[in-house]
Design a binder for this molecule. Structure first.
Ligand SMILES: N[C@@H](Cc1ccccc1)C(=O)O
Ligand SMILES: CCCCCC(=O)O
Ligand SMILES: [Zn+2]
Ligand SMILES: [Zn+2]
Length: 367
């Protein structure tokens, strides 16, 4: 289509510009990522993780909810609009990053660099993260579409213990592994069963130690992945970890991290939030729309210089057990919900063509 300009960024990412007929309207951006985390059939998949096999109305595969559902939903919606001869009034970008799962430092950051060079400012950015939750948060009656106004910060902290190596036939009272395991356990004990929406969460994701069966290892190290709630900072969490570990033999180092992201607008004048909310309610009238914090991290955090309004939401319908499929086994999406995703983006692009939001409905009716 002559309306669509495409360019490759950093060899594997894609940036589309869909020209609007009214260039005075500020453009917006839809993001999705191409890459996926690994998957092995031997982990217990019902279908091979890269087969996209359909079973009982579900498409099984790594990436079906993270993030091919959004990527293909956006592209199929655009294709359908163009096939129907639709010409958008408000121009928009589609950014497809190739390295989101390793924090987007090549894909998204180069897309941002290019847009900055062109002096682009965006009305809003929409990216993955929170879905429609149906029966997942007990306190919420009925399905809820949680639109992420921010996302948590992140810190990777390395805990390590170095002691003199020795012969396993004459073991010391505490080995490096034992000292470190106790320290790590103390972190988990101090943290009640975290609810990712209301707390900073802690996950021990690497534990390395040992070189030979008959050698007391000199080094034991563990990595903790923290997702930092908007009420805390990297520094605060680092201090809490040091205090919790409370053992001088355990070295605590910040490997990398970033503070929680700024909070996007959600009031009557917040164009992006209101358009997403309208599009959700048009398609899913029984759903409650609410602002929330994205519990993971996304490429959209790189776009903070291009817009103050970044929303993390996907019209994916999650029932109990579906969150565990994120980066887990048997990741899947129903064909019905995949079609709903295409319709969502098909409607969203058209809804974004209004010049400005209608005046907020005044609660006091004119007498
Ligand atoms: N989205 C993934 C990958 C990621 C990691 C770190 C930063 C940004 C993205 C996650 O939240 O784990
Ligand atoms: C549920 C949080 C999703 C974070 C984005 C990702 O893992 O790609
Ligand atoms: Zn993702
Ligand atoms: Zn992911």
């Amino acid at each position: 289509s002559s309306l669509v300009h495409h360019e490759l960024v950093a060899n594997y990412s894609h940036l589309f510009w869909v020209k609007g007929s009214q260039p005075e309207l500020v453009p917006y951006m839809l993001l999705a990522h191409i890459d996926v985390v690994p998957a092995s059939e031997s982990d217990g998949w019902e279908a091979p993780p890269f087969s996209a096999k359909e079973i009982d109305g579900f498409i099984y595969g790594r990436g079906t909810i993270d993030d091919k559902n959004n990527l293909m939903g956006i592209l199929q919606a655009l294709e359908y609009l163009l096939l129907k001869g639709y010409a958008p009034r408000r121009g928009f970008y589609i950014g497809l990053g190739h390295d989101e799962e390793i924090s987007g430092l090549n894909g998204a950051t180069n897309i941002v660099r290019i847009l900055k060079q062109r002096g682009v400012q965006l009305l809003f950015v929409m990216d993955e993260c929170l879905p429609i939750l149906d029966g997942i948060i007990p306190a919420i009656e009925g399905p809820a579409a949680l639109i992420g106004l921010s996302e948590k910060g992140q810190a990777v902290i390395k805990l390590s213990v170095s002691v003199a190596p020795g012969h396993s036939s004459m073991p010391p009272r505490e080995t490096s592994i034992g000292i470190l395991a106790t320290a790590v356990k103390r972190i988990l004990e101090r943290k009640p069963v975290s609810n990712a929406f209301v707390r900073t969460t802690t996950a021990v994701t690497f534990f390395n130690a040992g070189v030979k069966i008959n050698v007391i290892p000199s080094l034991a190290e563990a990595y903790v992945n923290l997702r930092i709630h908007s009420a805390q900072s990297v520094q605060e969490v680092l201090d809490i970890i040091k205090d919790t570990v409370g053992d001088q033999r355990v070295k605590v180092e910040l490997v990398n991290g970033f503070d929680p992201l700024p909070i996007s607008g959600a009031d009557d004048k917040a164009f992006g939030f209101q358009i997403i909310k309208k599009t959700v309610l048009d398609l899913f009238p029984t759903v409650t729309v609410a602002p929330a914090i994205c519990i993971g991290n996304t490429d959209s955090r790189h776009f903070v210089d291009l817009t103050k309004n970044i929303y993390r939401f996907s019209p994916a319908w999650f029932k109990p057990g579906d969150f565990e499929r994120f980066h887990g086994i048997n990741e899947r999406i129903s064909t019905k919900n995949y079609e709903e995703m295409i319709v969502f983006y098909f409607n969203l692009i058209q809804n974004c063509d209004i010049r400005k939001l209608p005046e907020p409905h005044s609660s006091v009716h004119e007498l």
